[in-house]
Design a protein around this ligand. Structure first.
Ligand code: BGP
Length: 471
């Protein structure tokens, strides 16, 4: 498998899932610090000891050791996020918290030491709690101003250190999980379509504003949007199912449309009109949206199936519902595994926008067993190697056979961390095992899994070690 010479191989993490140190050096609380069980809720009054994210995997204190291990695998890029609450603890301050800024200086310097490019997400599911409580999160336009201040601050501070940026993680989740993706405290059951679309619009404007600021402050940087990609197939060739799939795909594509084209597509405007939604647009919003991204990034874990029959479309995993695909196996968490869906996603997005793409999340959440071999602790995670290999083979095909431009690939959770949807440690993605358990016990020691050596080889051979396997 041939990959471009400058292909950015690496892995991805998010501050709230791995940093820990939730209240150190002036950090304020984020919505995740009171969200101990993930999407299953509840939202607690205060941080509670059962919230694994408060300690995470303690990257905050172990970043040197961790980055050294990533470098050992040959990482060219490391996707991480900045915790907004380390920089602006409440979110609305005039001046930033110097200790927070200094922490990321150290992290980026450490990456630089090994020639690893940081790819930084500005907002990865962690709106400051104060803004969530005071303004109901991104339902309020006030957040645009606060976010712009935060973005300007970090662009200015890190302009010589960070050349790749992303705005909002999985921005299309805002309509499904408004607390996680936008800090909206009001339960989704009480939100009107107008509330949800307005929240989305406010994030769109903030995202485009961040693009504009990034281009002004760091002219040689590249900034992208980030969406969750769930390519949806018709459950059957019945034309009504094909239309159902088309509509499901539009619900996702509308997010990349706005970022890559700079305006709302007609089908999107009609959808809102049909729902009786009239957005509060301020003067200048349309102009700001014209600040389009330099590339499109996305997470890819699964595909979906759509059916015109509502009964058939129940029960898939992750955040989007859809019918189960009878041809695919699923992970232990019910996420259906579909490597070819990644090639399909790459082609769909590249055809539509002719813009470079970056796969910034992909991976298998699985239960790992730590064993001892010749006196060394490790995990024989062949299932993870197979999953990653098969997905990367499809990326290679998209590049070599279909002509898609792909900038890089950062697999999710390159070092074990707390999961986002279920807030547990047991669902592991990493090449590096972290000794921490769902009940909070564990030494936090790190161990190299079998996949660690496999990925090292894949990177060293620039994809040459990937194998096309029979399915
Ligand atoms: C994406 C999120 C990540 C991440 C990943 C895996 O939706 O951007 O933050 O965690 O999914 O999900 P989970 O951790 O729930 O397995």
């Amino acid at each position: 498998m041939n990959f471009p010479k400058d292909f950015l191989w690496g892995g991805a993490v998010a501050a709230n899932q791995y940093e820990g140190a939730y209240n150190e050096d002036g950090k304020g609380l984020s919505i995740q610090d009171v969200y101990p069980k993930g999407l299953k809720g509840p939202i607690t009054d205060e941080p509670t000891p059962d919230n694994l994210k408060l300690i995470g995997i303690d990257f905050y204190h172990r970043y040197k050791e961790d980055i050294a291990m990533l470098a050992e695998m040959g990482f060219k890029v490391f996707r991480l996020s900045i915790a907004w609450t380390r920089i602006f603890p409440r979110g609305d301050e005039e001046t930033p918290n110097e200790a927070g800024l200094a922490f990321y200086d150290k992290v980026f310097d450490e990456c630089k030491k090994y020639g690893i490019e940081p790819l930084v997400t500005l907002s990865h599911y962690e709106t400051p709690l104060y803004l969530a409580k005071t303004y109901d999160g991104w339902r309020s336009r006030k957040l645009i101003e606060f976010f712009a201040r935060y973005a300007r601050t970090v662009f200015t501070r890190y302009k010589d250190k960070v050349k790749y940026w992303l705005t909002f993680n999985e921005i299309n989740c805002v309509l499904h999980s408004p607390y996680m993706a936008a800090g909206v405290m009001t339960p989704i059951s009480e939100l009107t379509p107008k509330d949800l679309y307005q929240t989305m619009h406010n994030e769109f404007v903030a995202s485009a504003l961040a693009v504009k600021l990034c281009h002004e402050i760091i002219p040689d940087a590249k900034i992208g949007c980030m969406v969750i990609s769930v390519p949806t197939y018709p459950l059957t060739p019945k034309p009504a199912d094909v239309i159902a799939a088309m509509q499901a795909n539009q619900k996702n594509l509308m997010f990349t449309d706005v970022h890559a084209r700079g305006y709302y597509s007609d089908y999107m405007k009609n959808d809102m009109k049909n729902k009786g939604v009239v957005l509060d647009m301020e003067e200048g919003d349309e102009e700001i949206l014209k600040n389009t991204v330099d590339f499109i990034s996305f997470s890819y874990y699964m595909s979906g199936c759509a059916s015109a029959d509502p009964e058939a479309a129940k029960g898939n995993g992750n955040m989007f519902n859809g019918a189960m695909n009878p041809y695919l196996k699923a992970s232990d968490w019910g996420w259906q595994i579909d490597p070819e869906g990644l090639r399909y996603s790459l082609n769909t997005l590249y055809d539509r926008y002719q813009m470079p793409l970056f796969i910034v999340e992909n991976g298998l959440g699985a239960v790992d067993e730590l064993i001892e071999e010749n006196g060394v602790k490790t995990v024989n995670d062949d299932y993870r190697i197979d999953y990653l290999n098969d997905h990367l083979v499809q990326v290679g095909k998209a590049i070599n056979e279909d002509g898609v431009k792909v900038m890089g690939y950062t697999s999710w959770g390159c070092i074990d961390l707390v999961s986002a949807s279920t807030a547990e440690m047991k669902k592991r993605y990493g090449y590096i095992y972290v000794d921490r358990n769902n009940d909070g016990t564990g030494t936090l020691e790190r161990y190299r899994k079998k996949s660690f050596y496999w990925y090292k080889e894949v990177i060293a051979t620039n994809g040459g070690a990937l194998i096309e396997r029979d399915e």
